[in-house]
Structure formats: C-alpha cells, structure tokens
Design a protein. Structure first.
Length: 208
C-alpha cells in the first residue's frame, strides 16, 4: 500500500527513530526534517523573544519546501516523514508572544498549506514529560540544552492539546510503553496498525 505517513510528537518523543524504522519496514522513502537548515534556531534558544518570528517563519518555509518539492520528486513507493507542517502552528502559538507576529505567521502558514499534500495517516507519539526531557538530555544537542525543562513540559502540553483536535486520520502511540529500538516487534505492530487504520478511515479533504 503506497501511503504518505507523517510521524509527529514533542521534541524527544522519538519521531526520527520511528520514522526511520517505519521506512525500512515498509520499504518507503524517508524524508527527515532539516531543522539544522534554520539559521535562527541557535539564536532563538539563546534569546527567544528576539528571534521567535524569524525562527518560526524559517521553519514553516523549510517544511513547506520539503513537503511540496521533495515529496513531489519521489516517483515510486510511499513516503514517511518525521514531521508534519502543522507542528509549526504549535511552536508559533507557543513562541510568538506578539499578536502582530502571530498574524504574520498565520497568513503565510495558511497560504502554504493550501498547496500541500495531506498525509494518509499522522502517527502521534505521545510521551511523558520525564521521557521527553530524558531523551533531550541524553542526545546532548547544544541548541536544545539551552532551553529549560519547563519549555519542554509546556511544549508537550501543547502537542497533546493540538493533536487531540487535529482533523486528520491519526494513530496515537504511547512511547512510555513501547521501545522501538529494543523490541523489533513494535515497528511491525505499528505498520500493521497503519494499514488497518487506513482501510477503515476515509481520507478527509481538509484538516491541515
């Protein structure tokens, strides 16, 4: 079954790992978020109030380019990404304090998403605050370590709230109960769940 599957969740939830394993299991093309292409990200973590707007605008354009251009170049097989552009709404609403900044972002976001392909399924990786923070600290990325634990806790709450309301076909996976690295059967289970879910759920016309 050829599908577009987007894997999403809070920072530290395991998006990239699950997306990579799913792509291997399903013999699908893999599209990974190029967060390192954002020239403002390091500055944002050091000074959020100053660089928030530039950071969020850069991210939504990077994500748009990846979905609109990179996925369009894939000619064979399904594709799996470790992000969905709706994540930019979560970060924008968290980081853009000024109403005029949020308005600028929303105008660009709405114009871009109208041109994008809708995923067949969004796999939402739910995780506890403790697990997310533990993984962030373990992978030891300099830019992430500049943020406080409260930042990740608040972000995790916003992810929960947003994806509960997301009007797209979605599967929720509790990452505190599944270890996709240590237990290979987990990815086989998830792949079967995706196929069964896709057969049952009609694809919506909107929902981004």
């Amino acid at each position: 079954m050829i599908m577009y599957i987007a894997v999403e969740g809070c920072i530290g939830s395991g998006k990239t790992t699950v997306a990579e394993l799913l792509a291997t299991e399903r013999h699908s093309n893999l599209v990974l978020e190029r967060f390192e292409d954002n020239p403002f990200l390091g500055k944002f973590y050091s000074n959020p109030s100053r660089y928030a707007l530039e950071t969020e605008l850069a991210f939504v354009l990077i994500h748009y380019h990846q979905v609109f251009h990179e996925l369009k170049q894939i000619k064979k097989g399904g594709y799996i990404s470790d992000f969905h552009i709706s994540k930019d709404l979560i970060f924008a609403r968290m980081n853009l304090i000024k109403a005029e900044d949020l308005q600028i972002f929303m105008e660009l976001y709405k114009a871009l998403v109208r041109r994008l392909t809708t995923p067949d399924v969004v796999v939402f990786l739910r995780c506890s605050d403790e697990l997310a923070i533990e993984r962030v600290e373990k992978r030891n990325r300099d830019i992430e370590l500049k943020a406080t634990q409260q930042y990740f806790i608040k972000l995790n709450r916003l992810y929960e709230e947003y994806y509960d309301k997301l009007e797209l076909p979605k599967i929720c996976v509790d990452m505190d109960n599944y270890d996709f690295v240590k237990d290979p059967s987990c990815i086989k289970w998830l792949s079967r769940e995706i196929d069964e879910f896709a057969l049952k759920k009609p694809r919506p016309k909107t929902g981004l």
